[in-house]
Design a protein around this ligand. Sequence first.
Ligand code: AMP
Ligand code: MG
Length: 653
Amino acid sequence: MGNSDLIMRVHAAARQEQFLEVVSAEEARARFERHIDLSPLSAETVVLADAHTRVLAQDVVAEVDAPPFDRSNVDGFAVRAADTWGASDASPKMLTLNNEVVACGHAPVIALASGTCTAIATGGVIPRGADAVLMIEQTELIEDGEPRIELRRAANPGQFISYAGSDIARGETLLRHGTRVGAREIGMLAACGLDRVEVVSRPKVAVLSTGDELIEPGAPLKPAGVYDSNGAIIAAAVAEAGGEPLMFGAYPDDASILEKAVRKALDASDMVVLSGGTSKGAGDLSHRIVLQLGKPGILVHGVALKPGKPLCLAVVGGKPIAVLPGFPTSAIFTFHAFVAPVIRARAGLPPEAADTIHARVPLRVASELGRKEFVLVSLVEGEDGMIAFPTGKGSGAVTSFSQADGFFAIDALASALDAESQVEVTLIGNVAQAPDVVIMGSHDIALDIVVGGLADRGYSARTLAVGSLGGVAAANRGECDIAPVHLIDPASGQYNKHLVVPGLSLVPGWRRMQGVLFRLGDVRFEGRSAQEALKIILADSSALMVNRNAGAGTRVLIDKLLDGARPTGYANQPKSHNAVAAAIAQGRADWGLAIAPVAKLYGLGFLPVSPEHYDFLVVDKRRERPAVRAFLAALQDEKTRERIRALGMEPSA
Ligand code: AMP
Ligand code: MG
């Protein structure tokens, strides 16, 4: 590639083309909806077995009564209540048995005359002339002579009878249009004898992804590749919104291939949702393709919100096309805000009612001026109400949306939200009820085993990975029950003991061996001790290290080992053991420090240096809670300890 060629490509990659017009979310929605039909699609008839999750197109009016006749609720005897009046232990009454037993499914033949009764089963039709039922347990059958029963209790008229139509009355509106059919609705339809029902046709929504890097789930990951998660999550969200997803798959950033695919998708569907390639860079083709498809074309490209700025909304031939930003959280967020309401409307569903709650945000959250910013949060119950923790993984993360309980907004004109602010959180998905135990701090794969043991004991846990320091702060504020930590005290060289203050106690967890990671076969490390290897690499300027972030326990150890040396790569400071291992495995660095289990996961060599203590700060006030006790019991359980050992860690005594 020549110099000028390179400069051109750099300009293109830097996305120098600007958005022509960035509009507010409200304006974007208004423009989009002005050009589309938001009425429900036509109705179709489906058999009951296919009605599940469909949306009723019409009110369903019951054509029969349920029960269809006056029905006995118990096994016993149909009687005239007046014949029983005055019956007591002192003066029992006798009724002659009619020569009939009314079983289910058999209409009674004999009318009941005064002074008689008829044996009847639960569900049997009340015979003509009867107006109450006596429970068999409250009567005595007299077998000698003419068959009779003796009773010692009076019955009220109507006793143990369900009258015709008392459950469902003929002519009653049973179900309303716009109702989504679940098991309960299917039961009601069947009880009325309906074997088919009118439902709204499902809007067909074509789902496409674009990006040269995308790989279909199931295929092996190649270098620089990323799994297409948007396709799957958007398809599922389409179904949840009442649409029928048509999965078109992922396409490379190739104008002609992509254009062909989008045209095909448009033909096959009522609506097209494409994700990726929506920014205004050279590799970003989506909006250029949409531009060529027809009228009225692009209505919005650029919305003043975060995540989701590059959203592009268009209509072609009456069909909506949405091009969502590629980052998964941005994609699903803009889908819910702009696309799902359109699908719901066309599917005949009412707008989704947003549930909100008030919560306190304990930390300051910075925000960009000029864009309304939505912050995804996890919720935990504090002493004085709900607390919302920003999940903080950013819009590139898949998990920030999927693991969030809700979100709150920071106004476009604010540059930050102050710590301790009260916010209104819009809940997403099904927020599970409050967990039995809240664990906040550093995450470790062995922690999942203890939490699994807790689940086996019937308790739910919420774990928030906020790092050791975050865990210490949360424990001190009483926002969690348990904080997993691994912080070395530089003064004493001891782990975690210095974190204990009144109100908190320390429960030992396990030790994780830390050491030098390297690619197998690298002779600078293979077969040596960590100290020997260090001597060699510190003299070798081609040996590239990967460091850790300041504040990490491992970083303290690294600095101690390096003793003032600054090898190449020292400035590269990712925040996790996994990031260190990935950099070495993929050749972006040659060595770094991490824990042994991670070296194993990435197939790397490992030279042990020193064990790190991963322990638990427990909030004393909460220690006697059953779930906290169960956690501590799970920690002691020999089965749990065995599994922790299998991961390469040593449970503390
Ligand atoms: P784009 O909007 O094409 O500039 O993509 C922005 C980011 O989102 C890049 O990191 C992409 O790799 C990522 N991305 C785009 N499409 C998808 C997808 N379908 N699944 C997962 N990540 C994606
Ligand atoms: Mg892309």
